[in-house]
Design a protein around this ligand. Structure first.
Ligand code: BTN
Length: 324
């Protein structure tokens, strides 16, 4: 963390209060003159900081930047989020996570960006990633599982996002196969998982998670090919991103621990209970043609189980699911 970020994090831990120059200089182990320089540079970056000779400095407002220290403060996790890297801007957190994974960072490392210049969606699409409003994160996991089981991890992040949205904002969040989270039929979050593996063995899996939190209507691109929403659009209120991130990471950490101990079945059941089109008749458009049937659940490798009209159950590995 830079000195600037450390000062910001000190301010945010003492909302509305003055922090003395001496306390800052001792905590950061820098001179009082260096503190003043850092405060000036924060002001130049748009932060409104009041200075009083006898009391010190206090933060009155500024851009809503995510800081690792602030998220880590009081975070109760075993693996996921033990180490967090926050970036002001990157091309794609999934790309950063892949690089860090190759460099050997630990199981459960979380990469978060305030803005992505080349956010990636599924099927080569773009993921709209404006500054300071949403969550763009990639979680690097190193489970000891064979390659065929890696897709199971997608469902952990889908359930963690959906449960966080319903717990914090009472939103009726549902999951949609393979990796969307919806509220009132509109997409609020998308997941993009990638893997680094060799023959049979997984080296690491990257869970890419984008959640629309404070995005306004104008920030969505006009040409989106699906209906989308954000927590702000659903509730009319801006949310505390740090609180959302903490809740999400604690849930994901719990599911990951459970997954390592007990396998896929518990998370599969949770996902099925939240599934938007469970027991519904659907149509799935695939390259080889369309399939119609009733969704009856998930298979152990993450395939969707679809009961066809003749009673046979087909395993669907890819495709867009729509109500029939
Ligand atoms: C989709 O629904 O198409 C998947 C969207 C995934 C977006 C997230 S944002 C964080 C991570 N980094 C990326 O470049 N993409 C994922």
């Amino acid at each position: 963390m830079t000195s600037r970020d450390q000062i910001l994090s000190l301010f945010r831990r003492n909302p509305g209060a003055f922090v003395s120059g001496q306390e800052i200089s001792q905590t950061l182990n820098i001179s009082r003159a260096a503190v003043w320089k850092q405060v000036e540079s924060l002001r130049q970056a748009g932060f409104d900081i009041e200075a009083q000779r006898s009391r010190g400095y206090r933060l009155l407002g500024g851009p809503d930047r995510l800081l690792a220290d602030e998220i880590l403060h009081g975070l109760d996790v075993r693996k996921v989020g033990k180490s967090i890297i926050c970036l002001e801007e990157t091309d794609s957190t999934n790309a950063r996570a892949r690089q860090l994974g190759e460099d050997g960072v630990a199981d459960g490392t979380v990469i978060i960006a305030d803005r992505q210049s080349a956010g990636r969606g599924r099927l080569g699409r773009r993921w709209e990633s404006p500054t300071g409003v949403n969550l763009y994160t990639s979680i690097l996991l190193r489970p000891l599982i064979p390659v065929q089981q890696a897709p199971q991890l997608t469902f952990l992040s889908a359930v963690a996002v959906a449960e966080s949205l319903s717990q914090l904002y009472q939103l009726p969040a549902r999951v949609k196969w393979p990796n969307d989270v919806l509220v009132n039929g509109r997409k609020i979050a998308g997941l993009l998982n990638e893997m680094n593996a060799e023959t049979e063995q997984v080296h690491f899996v990257i869970l890419g998670v984008g959640v629309n939190l404070n995005m306004t209507g104008e920030q969505f691109p006009e040409e989106l090919n699906y209906p989308a929403t954000s927590v702000f659009l659903e509730t009319g209120e801006k949310v505390d991103r740090v609180l959302f991130i903490r809740t999400f990471l604690e849930k994901l950490d719990g599911f990951y621990t459970e997954f390592i101990a007990d396998g896929f079945v518990p998370i599969r059941r949770r996902w099925e209970a939240l599934c938007e089109l469970m027991n519904a008749r659907v149509r799935i458009d695939q390259q080889q043609g369309a399939l119609q049937g009733t969704v009856v659940g998930l298979d152990n490798d993450g395939a969707l189980r679809l009961q066809l009209d003749d009673g046979r159950v087909e395993r669907v590995l890819a495709g867009d699911v729509k109500p029939a």
